[in-house]
Ligand binder design. Sequence first.
Ligand code: PLP
Length: 229
Amino acid sequence: MIKDNILDVQNNIKEALKRSKVSNSCTLIAVSKTKPVSMLQEAYDTGIRDFGENKVQEILEKYEVLPNDIKWHMIGHLQTNKVKYIIDKVCAIHSVDSFKLAEVISKEAVKHNITMPVFIEVNIGDEESKFGISKNDVNTFYDSIKNLPNLKIEGLMCVAPYVDTPEDNRQHFVDLRNISVDISNKNVDNIYGNKLSMGMSNDYIIAVEEGSSYVRVGTDIFGNRNYNV
Ligand SMILES: *Cc1c(COP(=O)(O)O)cnc(C)c1O
């Protein structure tokens, strides 16, 4: 079942890329938060190597027991005091939403002598319930963190509003892309990645059409989550 779901999602991405005028590649991150190791193993056996998690403790537990060629993406809100536990275990942090966090990631990366790829999380729908930098502040925020050592700013990430009609989020994805291009144009000397981490189960097809580099898909692969167990 997981296998069929993955094949469906991969196929949808492929078709969306054909329609896209702005992109020709996209990486699927299987969002496995709350799901048991056995289900991750099944996804792994189908060829998935990129997994997304939003809790430090859960990454640590799964990291211990699953194959070591997995690329773990931290996609959830991250407390600064927990950065040290995952700095050498994740391939990217998608949820940089404060200067303090960027600074701590930078310091820990220096300690470990690694460069950490990060995404700036943008509150693209201006929702009070969401983390992320306001649209209008992204440029300034980028400038404030761009010289921190051992950080590689890959691009921008967003969690678009929950909508009944995915098409309603298209403009948000276009907006995120435009902000990213803007940063890219202004910072020709810096090594800004101009990548976009956008699109979830509900709206990833639209996100791919609008240039997503990483879609983060959970429910459509692993089924609904139960947070009460
Ligand atoms: C849970 C989560 C996802 C996956 O959401 P689905 O709707 O299950 O695909 C993607 N991104 C973030 C940041 C998440 O927390």
